[in-house]
Design a protein around this ligand. Sequence first.
Ligand code: HEM
Length: 446
Amino acid sequence: MTNETRDALEPDVATPAHGFVSRLQRSDAWRSMFRHPQLDTARGRALQSFSNFFLHLYPVKVPARVLRLRYSFRLGFIVAMLFGILTVTGVYLMFVYTPSPSAAYGDMQHLKTSVGFGQLIRNVHRWSAHLMVLAVALHMVRVFYAGAYKKPREFNWVIGVVLLLITLGFSFTGYLLPWDQLSYWAVTVGTNLVHYVPIVGGELQNLLIGGDQIGPSTLLRFYALHVAVLPGVLAMLVAVHIWRVRKDGFAVKRSSVGAFEEAATAPPSPSPPPLPRAPAALYGDRTRLLGVVDRESVTAEERGVDDTVFTWPHLVARHVVVLLGVAALVLGLGVAFAAPLRGLANPNLTPEPSKAPWYFSGLQELLSHFDPLVGGILVPTGIVLLLLLLPYIDRNPATEARNRKVAVLVFSGLLVAAIVLTVIGTLFRGPGWTFVAPWTHLYLEL
Ligand code: HEM
């Protein structure tokens, strides 16, 4: 009996025929699940990617720069993983939660005592939600400074802004669900803002909270939004977003942004037409000297050097490490810090201070300085519109900061203002929204 076997698709590559693992991998049952054996050849890796659902979500090869941590800090992937963790832990919580004011608070208490790992799962869910808001914001900032919202990625940036808004909506609707004093009053502060929307404010507020004040209908509406509407829309948009990242070339090469546009507008070249080439934005333009020979016979071939690497295992392995890191982080936070649960929601007792969650406390701080219509509606709406239209307003194809000073200055100014307002609102405000130094008393709501 021969001790090696040859794959029909890779006849040049022999695999050992003996050993339990080897025999298992050649069995009909194994092959019905994993269509292509693990062969360490270029073709083998490509075939593996094509025939495996999870690997198929990735392109077979990506530009080598995608592997560099400082390119994306893996932030988009981290957000996607946090969303995954939130889905798993959220479904677990759904088994024990009833969205009604008479039951919700009790269910939260039962998590501690009568549900296996109930409190831990709640803690992990809460920490993942906070981190997701933070990671989405950081991802957007990274994309901005990389200039990755420019042609041909304009619309993916727009989808991203919608994803940011949905993420905020997710956290806000979830905040109410424990039905304690913290959640009740934070959501009261937030939904009161809707009232200031010109003309339709009253109707909009009614539609959102289902009445004049937060009550059973609000809880039910927020629950339906939180567990069905928003996850459905977010999952669909994330799929489109990541599909477009792939179709748009996976990663911006800083020096060659605008190459797509140049190629499209370049004058027709004299015959014979050049051979079709891979887009310069993907592979870069470099010339290779093939050898040193007699002058008469020198042949220089100009072609794009293939600087791509196989996704499997290079990128996939990095993603697995990031996933394990994110899971370890939220688990560690969940073990160390419990999610808060104050007294049962009481519409007649306003806590002091009554703060919105940290990602809205910048807005609350702004409101304390301006008229609600200006601070609560006009300024935030203006900023969202500016973000949505950014790729269409900023037509400069340059991606390096020194060549796009205006955009970088405006964005950085807004970013610093948002951070300062958030830090003041979160850490430096106490009862009656007075200034309190956090080292004397910390009024921090998470
Ligand atoms: C649920 C929220 C989001 C998820 C899951 C997500 C996921 C991802 C992933 C996995 C990537 C590729 C890797 C990377 O660049 O990190 C990416 C790229 C990108 N994201 Fe997001 N993202 C989200 C929100 C946003 C937001 C808020 C924006 C901007 C407003 C945005 C704009 C972009 C753009 C333009 C790219 C392409 C970057 C490039 O090719 O260099 N995304 N996103």
